[in-house]
Design a protein around this ligand. Structure first.
Ligand SMILES: Cc1cc2nc3c(=O)[nH]c(=O)nc-3n(C[C@H](O)[C@H](O)[C@H](O)COP(=O)(O)OP(=O)(O)OC[C@H]3O[C@@H](n4cnc5c(N)ncnc54)[C@H](O)[C@@H]3O)c2cc1C
Length: 243
């Protein structure tokens, strides 16, 4: 991968090699946004609330975030709604991860580098009025669905959220109780004991619904095949893979 690049002539007649990824980084538009607030929701999950700064986005899109003078960026779905006057992301601290422990240690007043928003994991506004949405997430994969629901309060949805323990049901009181189901793999107090895939395998599915999946590739692979085996047409299934 490091060999991807091109040679660029200098005034002295020499050539310097520009790394492809560095080039893309230099070309994409970046801003510095101030952190307004950090909410620590569980020992490993937190939100970072950034100034909005007139940034326009479609619910479901993600942004890149980085630390000043640190040469990496990571993508995060936007958690706040299209009409909120701030930009919030929901982050899971990955043990020994490159950036998440550093993001977690940030404080209000510091600035983060942001690029984007980008992404096509969005809903069509006319579909919001017409369709029933089934949102299937694991962990922080709930983030784009939180954004959809804040942006389109009239949305007809069912949210199926996979976590280990009920305490990880982030901001649960923001969802109508009859629209939120948590599937807990390690806690008998959840609505369903097991993975989201097991919940879907054990329950009837709506052939006319639209299914949005977000989280780990492993979960998405499992759920996609369960839905298709149950007769859901592939064009009704959409996904965003985090890792
Ligand atoms: C489009 C897109 C949107 C994303 N949105 C979010 C979001 O809203 N919230 C969020 O928390 N993450 C999100 N991610 C993942 C995020 O970009 C980073 O990969 C993650 O935060 C880890 O960064 P890191 O630098 O700490 O770890 P790294 O050093 O980059 O990675 C360490 C290892 O952790 C694994 N890993 C990454 N995320 C997780 C996780 N959640 N649980 C367990 N292992 C993981 C990676 O596969 C890798 O093997 C998104 C990814 C994509 C592609």
């Amino acid at each position: 991968m490091n060999n991807l690049g091109f040679a660029c002539p200098t005034q002295a007649g020499n050539f310097i090699k520009i790394n492809f990824y560095l080039f893309i980084n230099l070309m994409s538009e970046k801003r510095l946004l101030e952190i307004q607030k950090i909410r620590h929701l569980t020992p490993t999950v937190f939100t970072i609330c950034l100034e909005r700064d007139d940034i326009k986005f479609k619910a479901g899109q993600h942004i890149g975030l980085g630390l000043n003078e640190y040469p990496y960026m990571r993508e995060y779905s936007i958690y706040s709604g299209e009409n909120d006057d701030y930009l919030e992301v929901l982050i899971k601290e990955v043990k020994d991860g490159t950036l998440t422990p550093k993001f977690k240690a940030c404080s209000a007043g510091e600035k983060l580098i942001m690029d984007g928003p980008t992404g096509s994991f969005v809903v069509k506004p006319d579909s919001v009025k017409r369709d029933k949405f089934y949102f299937i997430a694991t962990g922080t994969g709930i983030s784009p669905f939180h954004c959809f629901i804040r942006s389109y309060p009239e949305m007809n949805y069912q949210l199926i959220h996979g976590v280990k323990f009920v305490e990880e049901s982030i901001d649960r009181d923001e969802y109508a109780p009859d629209r939120y189901i948590n599937c807990t793999t390690e806690d008998p107090k959840g609505d369903f004991r097991g993975r989201v895939g097991q919940y879907l395998a054990a329950n009837p599915v709506d052939p006319d619904g639209l299914y949005y999946l977000c989280g780990s590739g492993k979960m998405i692979y499992e759920v996609n095949s369960i839905l298709q085996n149950k007769g859901i047409a592939p064009h009704r299934i959409f996904w965003e893979i985090y890792f």
